[in-house]
Design a binder for this molecule. Sequence first.
Ligand SMILES: C=C(O[C@@H]1C=C(C(=O)O)C=C[C@H]1O)C(=O)O
Length: 174
Amino acid sequence: MVRSQGHHPGSLAQLRPIAELSADRLATADLVAASKWGTDKPIDDPERERIVLDTVRKQALEAGADPEETVRIFRDQIEANKLVQRGLYRLWTADPAKAPVERPDLSQVREEINRINTALVRAIADSENARSSAHCRGVLAVSAFQVRQEKGLDRLHTRGLLRAVPSVCAGDDD
Ligand SMILES: C=C(O[C@@H]1C=C(C(=O)O)C=C[C@H]1O)C(=O)O
């Protein structure tokens, strides 16, 4: 698809909230993993994933974002979350002293994830120009780097952040 390369000056700043919210969403993976660790709840929960994707599809329609693009972005967000959970499980298995001693309530953590999801759908809706710009990938990479620095992300969460955002730039696989 041919998209306009023109964008309002400053519109590329619209990508920054997406990088920030992606990092916030990934921070919840630590709590989710801690809530599942030592229980029979698997990291992968396809039923919950369906609920997340159905909800953001509806929210995208309401917010004026493309529902399929939004779902594509959230599929990556979910994979990134599981990547971090699996990384933590590996760490805790190798070094049980690092395993969590408290078990957060998963339903409360999911409420926090729901709030971040809603904000992220809004940020997707508000970034149509930036996401279809030829500069999207470069600016998004810079935003992710800044967010990593500001939030002091470790290697695992940095890997997660990179896994969370590849579908953000709308023109990429047209
Ligand atoms: C975060 C969770 O773990 C996984 C990741 C999900 C997500 O990122 O929304 C949803 C379901 C699980 O496959 C969870 O179970 O809530």
